[in-house]
Design a protein around this ligand. Structure first.
Ligand code: SAM
Length: 210
């Protein structure tokens, strides 16, 4: 299914902003990603890869099936793939319905995406459907601040404009609870980034298996 989503102005703006943040994000999240991505298989499905922030952490020669509905991300993503020697098959579709047989995928990667997918429960179920038994979802996601009053106040303040500007990004999602409710077992680290990007704190990172 092809879903070319998005507003032409905000879609382009998001691609420019993301590209601009890829190096900064790489420095902030690099150590975690290096550890989480270390033993990924030769073929990986990544949902919402954006402009390719994760490609530097894959082994050169990796085959990446990229599920990216925003067409303005595609050019920078493919340029980054050439730079990093990643063999990308690009699919302009949403993670809620992916064209893979049941139980056919070894590993799915999602970083800062389940906040933006319009129907995160459908996407998580779909990931569960396509993963083979023993396969894994590797994730890094920002989540609802919960009992941290400072971050919770920031999230409440920015929630609406943030969602509008960043094409649906919801700073208040409880992604850990959604993953567990969809039947995944998690190895999860909960942390706060030391960053000016206050609304996208706290975060969770880890591996989810069914
Ligand atoms: C905040 S960006 C994160 C990009 C990248 N993963 C990173 O870590 O920098 C969110 C990404 O999710 C994508 N996205 C939005 N809705 C989606 C959906 N339904 N399925 C897959 N990706 C989606 C957006 O187009 C965007 O590329």
């Amino acid at each position: 299914m092809t879903i070319l989503k998005g507003n032409p102005v905000r879609g382009r703006l998001n691609a420019v902003v993301l590209r601009g943040l890829d190096n900064y994000g790489g420095r902030l999240l690099g150590p975690r990603k290096r550890e989480l991505f270390a033993d990924l298989p030769p073929t990986v499905v990544e949902i919402g890869p954006g402009t390719g922030a994760n490609l530097r952490f894959y082994k050169p020669g990796t085959r990446l099936v990229a599920i990216e509905p925003n067409p303005y991300m595609h050019g920078p993503l493919m340029a980054e793939a050439r730079r990093r020697d990643i063999d990308v098959e690009l699919r302009a579709e949403g993670a809620e319905r992916m064209d893979f047989p049941d139980g056919s995928v070894d590993a799915v990667v999602s970083t800062l995406v389940l906040c933006s997918v319009p129907d995160p429960v459908a996407a998580i179920r779909e990931i569960g459907r396509i993963l083979r038994p023993g396969g894994r979802l590797v994730f890094v996601e920002h989540v609802r601040a919960g009992d941290h009053a400072g971050y919770a106040a920031v999230q409440r303040l920015v929630a609406r404009p943030w969602r509008w500007l960043f094409e649906g990004c919801d700073v208040g999602r409880d992604t850990e609870t959604m993953l567990r409710a969809c039947g995944f077992e998690l190895e999860v680290e909960r942390y706060r980034m030391s960053s000016v990007l206050l609304p996208i704190n706290p975060q969770i990172a880890g591996v989810a298996r069914r």
